[in-house]
Design a protein around this ligand. Sequence first.
Ligand code: PLP
Length: 399
Amino acid sequence: MRMSKRISSFQCSPIRRLVPFSREAEAKGIHVIHLNIGQPDIKTPNEALAAIHSFEPETIAYGLSEGEFPLRKALVNYYLKYGVYGLGESDILITTGGSEAIQFSILTLCDPGDEIIIPEPYYTNVGTFSNIAMVNLVPVTSSIDDGFSLPPIASFAEKIGPKTRGILLCSPNNPTGHVYSRKELVALLTLCKEKDIFLIVDEVYREFCYDGQDFVSILTFPEFQDRVICVDSFSKRFSMCGARIGALVSRNKEVVSNALKLAQARLCPPAVEEEAATAALSAPDEYIQGVKREYEERRNFFFDKVSRIEGVKCSLPKGAFYFVAELPIEDAEDFAVFMLKEFSYEGATLMFAPAEDFYVTKGLGRNQIRLAYVLCKEELEKAALCLEKGLEAYKSRKH
Ligand SMILES: Cc1ncc(COP(=O)(O)O)c(C=O)c1O
C-alpha cells in the first residue's frame, strides 16, 4: 500500500538510524560506546526522582494543555537567574520536550512553502520538523575552519525573501558548540526587526557554556520581545531526557495563543514528568554547577585526545556537549557502519552520528561526524582510542 510522498521523503535520524547495527554488535558481546546521541550518564536530581516516587494519584488525569501552573511558575523564577525579568506564567507553554516546542514554533509561524533561515550544520531533527510543516530550511553555512563561528550578518540578510518567516538558532549549539554573543544576537535581532521576521532560539543547553563565558538568553532583549521565541528543555540540564518536558517561551501573546491550539489538540504534557520537572527546578544550584563542571572537564579531556589523532580536524566547542570532527576519509556513514559491523578494539567500538544530515546543503559534511561527550572519562578515553584504531583499520581495509 502507498505511503504519503511527504513521509517517504523524510530522513531517518542520523543520530539513531544505525541503532540496528549497534544492537547486532552488542549481541555479539562488543561494548558499544554511544557518543552518537546526547544521552548523558549523569544522575537526575534527587528532587525529581523523589517527586516521581511520591506521585500516587488514584487517577492519572489529563492536565492543562499549556502545562501545570506550578511548573510554569517555577520556570518564571528559574529564568530570573538568567536575567530574564518580567516574564509571566502565561508566556510559557509546556511542551513534550524541546522537540515539540521547535515543531510548534515552526507550525505557528509558517505556511507550507515558507522559509526559515538556519546556520548549518544544524540540529538535524529540525529538518524533519520543517518537513512536517512543509517549510523549507534555507542554510547559511558555517565552517569548521573558523570554529563554526557565526557567518557575517550580510549572509543572513541576502537569504531573506518574501517567504522568510524567521531565523532559527541554537545556542549553545548542537552540533558545533558555538555560543552566540550578545553582539551577534543584537545584530540578528536588528536584522529580524528590519525585515519583520522572527528569531527562534533553541536554548536547551543554556547551562553549558565553558571557559567562563556568560550565556546570553534571547529573552533578555525587551526591545525585541515581540519577535522572539525561546525553545527550552529539561532533558539535558537535569539529565531527564526520557521525561519529555520542554517549553516554548514567548512574550508575543499571539504566538503563545496560536501555539496553544496545537497544544490543546495533543491534550497535555506528560503528568508525572511535569511533577518531576517542577521538583527538578528546586534542586540546589550546586547540582547544575557540578554538571557543568563535569562536562567542561569531559570536553577538555576528550577534545584533546580526538584532536591529536592523525588527520582529524576539529575546533574546540565553547558550549553544549558536542563537537564536529572532520575525518581523513570520504564517507563518514560508511565508516560508521564499518565501526559497528566490522571493527572492535579490546572488545569495544564507537558509535557516532555521521554529520552529513546536519547540513541542508547536499554534499557538505560527508567526511564529518558529530561526537557527544556525554559519558564518563573512562569511556571517553576508550572512545578516542577506538576512533584512532578504527581509522587505521578502515584505511588499511580500503587499500
Ligand atoms: C538543540 C536541541 N534542541 C532540542 C532537542 C530536543 O530535546 P528534547 O525534546 O529531549 O527536549 C535536542 C536534543 O538533543 C537538541 O540537541
